[in-house]
Design a protein around this ligand. Sequence first.
Ligand code: ADP
Ligand code: ZN
Ligand code: ZN
Length: 678
Amino acid sequence: MYADIAVCLPLARTFIYKLTTPVETGCRVVVPFRKRDVEGFVVGFRKEAPPDIEVHEIGGVLDAIPLLRPDIFNLCRWVADYYATPIGEVLKAALPPGISTKHVEGLPHSPPRRGGEDAPSAAKARQPCGCRASPPLRGGEFLLTPDQASALSTVTKASGFRPILLHGVTGSGKTEIYMQAVEHFLAAGKTSLILVPEIGLTPQLTDRFARRFPNQIAILHSSLTRRQRIDEWLRIYRGEVPIVIGTRSAVFAPLGNLALIVVDEEHETSYKQEEVPRYHARDTAVMRAKLAGAAVVLGSATPSMESFHNAASQKYEYVMLTTRVEGRPLPAVEIVNMREEYAAEGKQVVLSRRLLEAINARLDRGEQTMILLNRRGYATFLLCRRCGFTFQCNSCSVAMTYHRSIEKLLCHYCGLARRPPARCPECDSEYIHYVGEGTERLEAELKCRFPDARVGRIDRDAMRHMRDYERVLGGFRAGDIDILAGTQMIAKGHDFPRVTLVGVVGADAPLALPDFRAAERTFQLLTQVAGRSGRGGRPGEVVIQSYFPDHYTFQLAVTQRFEDFYARESRYRKAMFYPPFTALAGIMVTDRDRGRAADTAREIGEYLDSLRSNAMRILGPAPAPLERIKRMHRQQLLIKSSSRASLHHLLGRLRQYIEDRKFGSTRVFIDVDPVSLL
Ligand code: ADP
Ligand code: ZN
Ligand code: ZN
């Protein structure tokens, strides 16, 4: 007997080995590979090996029984295929690092033996979790509004695969619906999986679930220790918990008898893994629900263009919650034209007069303010006013950011730090100008303008640890902070009833990025942050500072006209052949040597051109917008295809070509449905 082995290396193909002992599909083995021992997964069997190749024996069997449930194994196959990414890497990502058979051997509740049966029957074969049904209206549970009740019934009304887009403004009660849906399925002995973009940024959701379902939740995220991750994973594997809350990779959690998947804040880009294997956890969740015959709810106040398109074309059911719970009004939004501000003040200012005045009013009334500026540091870059020299990182093609608290210039891509020079290294002038402001500068400005106010700041520099973050948020909630400044970390699902003013500084910056999703991101961020204002009894106000106040993104965000934004943005995406109307894949070619990167990219371009069908357009090769990161030169190609199947076919050929051609030190990465093209 022979087995096909997917080695845990970035390779598309599988390799044939001779079996010495019987194993099952999905078991991990060690195999000799290019003079090394590497880990791999058994993905298939064959009676004979092709005559023309030399076949080695499997070195050893790591798992007597497979750790991956067959349905998860099938999901991994789909991920590897759809994202043109190595199956070995996907299977590895689906398990907690460091897990081995010894953790699961002799477990009383270990799942039934799994051979080749397919997902739904495997799910049926599992024992129900045995948790007793709970009485209606438990602690913290509300009587649903009619909107909520009808949304809930859409989720729970039938069994089988049902993708649902739950579009509801912040505060419209989506989380409450998730919890009651979980409750419903729990009563039927079924399990639920809740995906969140980042655990730290959604502490309230996790807390609310934990209070509602004590001892019934496992939590999976990346800041757990290895041991904690394995322990949480084992609780799920043994069937001890019927609810899992987790980030991206929790989409592979070994829950059996799955009835519901929730993807909260489905538009968030952190659902896309930006390293191999490059999968999108939201879309993988939809596929998992399909394989398991479960409902999947994608929730957002600002759905992604992709999901909204799927709803518009009736691939997903669409449920809209139009009002906030208890009819709390949406905040009044106002845009300040910063060009007029500049004209009036004679210089660039961080805070407009309108915003200053609004903050003052809050301080007088004992209400709270949040100010968003989505850039860290003090100054965005240093510029010599005499010769125009800017301080760039040696290894990356980006300007270095000035951080005043540590008196350093930092590269936000590779972390390189250097002392800010007093004179220009090019022309020796002393006219060094600090351009563009970050959150550190914003905080300093607020402290200077409002010396009696208590100002807090949240960004990745100020928050070394999770507990710093919780301390500042706790202080804000307790009313010990009047003004909270920060990056988009403050825009996430927090509920602070005393916040009646939200300011957005530097709202234009993302629009300048060379990314076709720039307008979508800006619209989402503005809508999300505006949703932070006026969550309590008092009405909220939002002040956005912009140099382009007439841009449709601002105008439509102000009035929260999502459908108008979607229609407008759709026209642009259609005209430019971008998703969701076109299937997109990025090919990134990297090398330390600029010439080698360019040569390989050109060769790949020619290869793609030779195979391309009429349904496709190929852009590039061209240097990526960030031409160099960590000393690697980056060349990019984009494939746009009106047919997903042709794109898929082309990528299959390309992977084969790359592996056969062997580009040496040059690396080639395929990114299907990329979320960032930088
Ligand atoms: P979302 O997740 O859409 O932001 P939440 O579920 O957090 O909305 O609801 C917003 C607020 O309203 C929360 O404080 C929640 O406890 C409360 N809430 C939700 N549903 C109801 C309801 N049916 N009746 C009263 N309060 C509710
Ligand atoms: Zn100079
Ligand atoms: Zn750098």
